[in-house]
Design a protein around this ligand. Structure first.
Ligand code: PGA
Length: 247
């Protein structure tokens, strides 16, 4: 059985010092639990300024980390962007790609997201690739079409044998406290699983994201093809993040 993945998306929160404190506290809390990582994988996505702090604190632990966004080129005249290659130098192994806030606020297109995914594969970094429908798309009955479209466009031309983590995050459930129902999660995860399977992806995991909390984590984890979570608000405090990891 593969490990459950608990990924923290801190968004534009926490100073490097606060990030450091979080990881120190988290490590202290799991220290007693010697088999914590036997069936769990933990990944933290801090803001870019905190990557260096996490790089030294996570070294030699099983806590993974990475940036929330990188550009599709490693270097050059791209003012304000983050380099995936530099994140790799900092020993990060993961990157968030295509989060709905990047798509909506920063107008990232499927094509740009695809280029970023191509670069990550070249650098042997594992993406946590986010997809999901808006409320109006769901109400118009377009959920499956939107999700599968984002998948096929984002993944075009990628090597299917490489590790891929997909996070299904209904946009209307992000930061709203409105979690998707178990049936809604089940329906989309089943379709994503089938898509990846039929298209010969051999190493993938599917996360759910959107208002995951300690109170709903257990039941969401019981849904077929939910291999873990991408957690925003509830990942900011050690206590609630740990409770979710232990669910
Ligand atoms: P949330 O955010 O858990 O606060 O809803 C999830 C995300 O944006 O990844």
């Amino acid at each position: 059985m593969s490990k459950k993945i608990f990924a923290a998306n801190w968004k534009l929160n926490k100073t490097p010092e606060e990030s450091r404190e979080f990881v120190i506290q988290f490590k202290n809390q799991i220290f007693q639990n010697t088999n914590f990582f036997e069936n769990r994988e933990v990944i933290i996505f801090p803001q870019a300024y905190s990557l260096e702090a996490l790089s030294s604190l996570c070294a030699g632990t099983q806590i993974g980390f990475g940036p929330q966004n990188v550009y599709c080129e490693s270097s050059g005249a791209f003012t304000g962007e983050n380099s995936a290659e530099v994140s790799k130098l900092l020993k990060s192994e993961f990157t968030l790609v295509g989060h709905s806030e990047r798509r909506e606020i920063f107008k990232e297109t499927d094509d740009l997201i695809n280029k970023k995914l191509q670069l990550l594969q070249k650098l042997e970094l594992t993406p946590v690739f986010c997809i999901g429908e808006t409320l109006s798309q769901r109400e118009a009955g377009q959920t499956m079409k939107v999700c599968l479209d984002q998948m096929s466009k984002g993944l075009a031309g990628l090597n299917k044998a490489r590790r891929l983590i997909v996070a299904y995050e209904p946009v209307w459930a992000i930061g709203t406290g409105k979690v998707a129902t178990l049936d809604q999660v089940k329906e989309v995860h089943q379709a994503l699983y089938q898509y990846l399977n039929e298209n010969s992806y051999s190493d993938f995991q599917l996360l759910y994201g959107g208002s995951v909390k300690p109170e709903n984590a257990n039941e969401l984890l019981s849904v077929a093809h939910v291999d873990g979570f991408l957690i925003g608000g509830a990942s900011l405090k050690v206590d609630s993040f740990l409770k979710i990891c232990l669910s």
